[in-house]
Design a protein around this ligand. Structure first.
Ligand SMILES: Nc1nc2c(c(=O)[nH]1)N[C@@H](CN(C=O)c1ccc(C(=O)N[C@@H](CCC(=O)O)C(=O)O)cc1)CN2
Length: 282
């Protein structure tokens, strides 16, 4: 089965639309700030998806486009201005940031109550503890939303996550553990990767290498969730999984685009509405 993210996103959007309407009836306009440093293709794709989704939901978005060589202090200054702007309720800062930026400084600068993609260590700790009063990061949450929407059993299942970033792999593993999955985290140094992945009930791929996973890594019992967003040699978006090579073989698979990304940008607005309500004392 093809697991279409757009179907999940449209279902979630019905609920978000109602909440946005309730807020607007009270005179509150939820607003998102997107902070982008440079012009990374994956970030631009996320930005396009988020802006389209915001239009459908009637939510305002302001993009802060910053130069690739911006200094850490200037980026902190931008974040502080957003923290202090009462008309902005949530911040999405694209990551990874350029190497010269002191990421620790940045993480702590984001006000936890506006930190809707879970960058501040206070929200990261809440994810570790299974405490739902903070914000879980959008892409990992999107993966869980897709599995739940399509009634794919997580409890007790053998879930293999390839990737150990703080944006996807690590927090996703915690969210899955909180759902009682048996989680194996793999990465570039994992030995016998194919043997590990072939045994997975659910294989989640977030390694940032176009079409890396082919039929040698999967079996007919595998549900494949492709988190990757890459640009191929002719300029088309593609995932970390070679979709055409594995689609007939596996049990289920998400496409790219129209898979995890479409849900990620919807979770973003679910979190924004939650942040807006928290800031307004609801
Ligand atoms: N702070 C973060 N920065 C970045 C993240 C992240 O999760 N948090 N992720 C990547 C980008 N990313 C997923 O990993 C991503 C890319 C694209 C989309 C999206 O909305 N895609 C749509 C639209 C596609 C298009 O029109 O180009 C889709 O797939 O249908 C969401 C997430 C980088 N930075």
């Amino acid at each position: 089965m093809i697991l279409y993210g757009r179907e999940v996103a449209d279902k979630m959007s019905e609920e978000i639309l109602n909440e946005v309407k309730e807020l607007k009836d009270k005179g509150i306009e939820p607003k998102l700030a997107i902070v982008r440093v440079g012009r990374n293709e994956s970030d631009l794709s996320y930005e396009r998806g988020a802006i389209k989704r915001a239009e459908k939901l009637g939510i305002k978005v302001e993009v802060f486009e910053l130069q690739e060589d911006i200094k850490t202090d200037d980026l902190v200054g931008c974040i502080e201005r957003i923290n202090n702007d009462k008309l902005i309720h949530g911040i999405l800062l694209f990551r990874p940031l350029p190497k010269h930026i002191d990421e620790n400084h940045i993480k702590n600068a984001i006000n936890p109550i506006k930190d809707i993609d879970c960058i501040n260590p206070i929200n990261v700790a809440k994810v570790m503890e299974g405490d739902k009063t903070g914000f879980a990061p959008c892409t990992p949450s999107a993966v869980v939303e897709i599995l739940k929407h399509y009634n794919i059993d997580i409890k007790g299942k053998n879930v293999v996550v390839i990737g150990r970033s703080m944006v996807v792999g690590k927090p996703l593993s915690m969210l899955l553990l909180n759902e009682d999955a048996t989680v194996t985290i793999c990465h570039s140094k994992t030995q016998n990767l194919k043997e590990v992945t072939k045994n997975a009930d659910i294989l989640i791929v977030a390694i940032g290498r176009a079409k890396f996973i082919n039929r040698e890594y999967v079996s007919n019992k595998t549900t494949v969730i492709d988190v990757g967003i890459n640009v191929d040699s002719v300029g088309n978006l593609c995932g970390d999984v070679d979709f055409d090579d594995v689609k007939e073989l596996v049990k289920d698979i998400t496409p790219v685009p129209g898979g995890v990304g479409a849900v990620t940008n919807t979770v973003l607005f679910k979190n924004l509405v939650k942040a807006c309500k928290m800031q307004m004392g609801y």
